[in-house]
Design a protein around this ligand. Structure first.
Ligand SMILES: [Zn+2]
Length: 323
C-alpha cells in the first residue's frame, strides 16, 4: 500500500502554506510543486529531507491544477530529477507557455470585469498585481496527459484520475483504489470554501459574454466527489478531511443561502455585477474583486438557468433584472 506524507510548503500569498504530498510506493510520486520561490523550494527540500529523500529522487510529479502556488516549481523539479510530469490534458498548452497563458487569462478577466462594470482603476490595479505574480510560475512540458479514469500505478499502489473542474478548469483528483484516500488539490478545502474562479475556458471559445458557468460546474463536480466512497481527503491547503460528504453538504447549504441573497438583490430595476459585489461585500479589498465577481456571476448563472433572472446589455455593460 502506498504511503502518503504531507509536505507543507510556505507561500508568500494570503492562503498561507500549500500542501505538497509525497507518495511512496515502488516509485516516488510528488503531488503538486509549490510556487516558484526560494522559500518554497527550501521548504520542499526540507520536507523531503525529513522523509529521507531529495528532489533528485522524485520519479513522477502529478499536478492537481493550474494555479501557480501548485505548479510553479515543476520546471525546477524536472530539471533536477528528470521526473515524468503528469497533469490533466487541458493543462498542457497552459503549462507549455505559462507567460502567454497568464497574459490571455488577464485579458479575459479584464474583459469580463469591463462588461460587468468594474472600474478601470480597479481593473488596471488587478492587472499590475497579476503581472507581478507571474514570477511564481514557470513554463514546463507535461509528459503524460491525464484523462478521466486513467490509472497512475506507482508500484504497490495505484491511483485513479477523477476530473473535477470548477475551482479551476483543470482540477484533478487522485483516488487510491486500495485505501480509498484521495489527494484533491483545491477542489475541497476544510477551513475555507474554494473559490469557483472564472478562468478563461480551455475547452470552448473564450467569449466574456458567454461565461463558463464555473459555479454550476463546481457544484456538479462536488456531487461527483460526494458519490465517491472515501476515507481521507488530502487538500492543497489545511488539514485532511475525514467527512467529505458532510463538508460538501455544508457547502451546498452555504451556496443556497448566498444564491437566495443575490436573488433578493436583483429586482425590477437593472443591477450590474459591480453593484452586486458592493451590496454583498462593501469595502472589499481590491485583490478580492475578481474572486467576488466570479462568485456573484456563478450564482447569477444558476438563477438564469432557473429562469428567475434575466440578463440584458446596455452600452457595453451587462445588467440583471428579475424575469
Ligand atoms: Zn487553486
Amino acid at each position: 500500500v502506498a504511503q502518503v506524507f504531507t509536505i507543507p510548503v510556505p507561500t508568500p500569498f494570503r492562503i498561507g502554506t500549500v500542501n505538497c504530498y509525497l507518495v511512496r510506493g515502488g516509485a516516488l510520486m510528488l503531488v503538486d510543486a509549490g510556487p516558484c520561490d526560494e522559500l518554497a523550494l527550501a521548504g520542499l527540500e526540507h520536507g523531503l529531507r525529513q522523509l529521507g529523500h531529495r528532489i533528485e529522487d522524485i520519479d513522477l510529479l502529478v499536478l492537481t491544477h493550474q494555479h501557480y502556488d501548485h505548479l510553479g516549481l515543476a520546471a525546477e523539479i524536472k530539471r533536477r530529477s528528470n521526473a515524468e510530469i503528469a497533469a490533466h490534458r487541458l493543462l498542457a498548452p497552459f503549462a507549455a507557455n505559462f507567460e502567454g497563458a497568464m497574459e490571455r487569462e488577464d485579458a479575459y478577466a479584464d474583459a469580463v470585469m469591463e462588461l460587468n462594470n468594474i472600474s478601470s482603476e480597479t481593473r488596471s490595479d488587478l492587472r499590475e498585481r497579476s503581472a507581478a505574480l507571474r514570477r511564481y510560475g514557470a513554463s514546463f512540458d507535461i509528459d503524460r496527459k491525464l484523462d478521466e479514469g486513467d490509472r497512475i500505478d506507482i508500484g504497490g499502489g495505484a491511483f485513479r484520475v477523477l476530473f473535477t473542474p470548477g475551482h479551476s478548469p483543470t482540477d484533478t483528483l487522485l483516488v487510491d483504489e486500495d485505501t480509498r484516500l484521495a489527494i484533491v488539490g483545491d477542489h475541497l478545502i476544510g477551513h475555507i470554501s474554494s473559490n469557483p474562479v472564472m478562468h478563461r475556458p480551455f475547452d470552448r471559445e473564450a467569449d466574456p459574454r458567454h461565461r463558463p458557468e464555473t459555479l454550476a460546474r463546481y457544484i456538479q463536480s462536488l456531487r461527483k466527489t460526494a458519490e465517491e466512497d472515501l476515507t481521507t481527503l488530502y487538500p492543497g491547503h489545511g488539514q485532511p478531511i475525514n467527512d467529505h460528504r458532510g463538508l460538501i453538504a455544508t457547502r451546498f447549504v452555504h451556496y443556497g443561502e448566498r444564491k437566495a441573497r443575490i436573488a433578493g438583490e436583483i429586482g425590477a430595476y437593472p443591477i450590474t455585477g459591480a453593484q452586486l459585489i458592493d451590496k454583498l461585500w462593501p469595502r472589499l479589498p481590491v485583490d478580492q474583486v475578481y474572486l467576488a465577481l466570479s462568485e456573484v456571476l456563478g450564482h447569477v448563472d444558476l438563477l438564469l438557468a432557473e429562469g428567475a433572472v434575466r440578463e440584458q446589455e446596455s452600452t457595453g455593460v451587462i445588467e440583471f433584472v428579475t424575469a
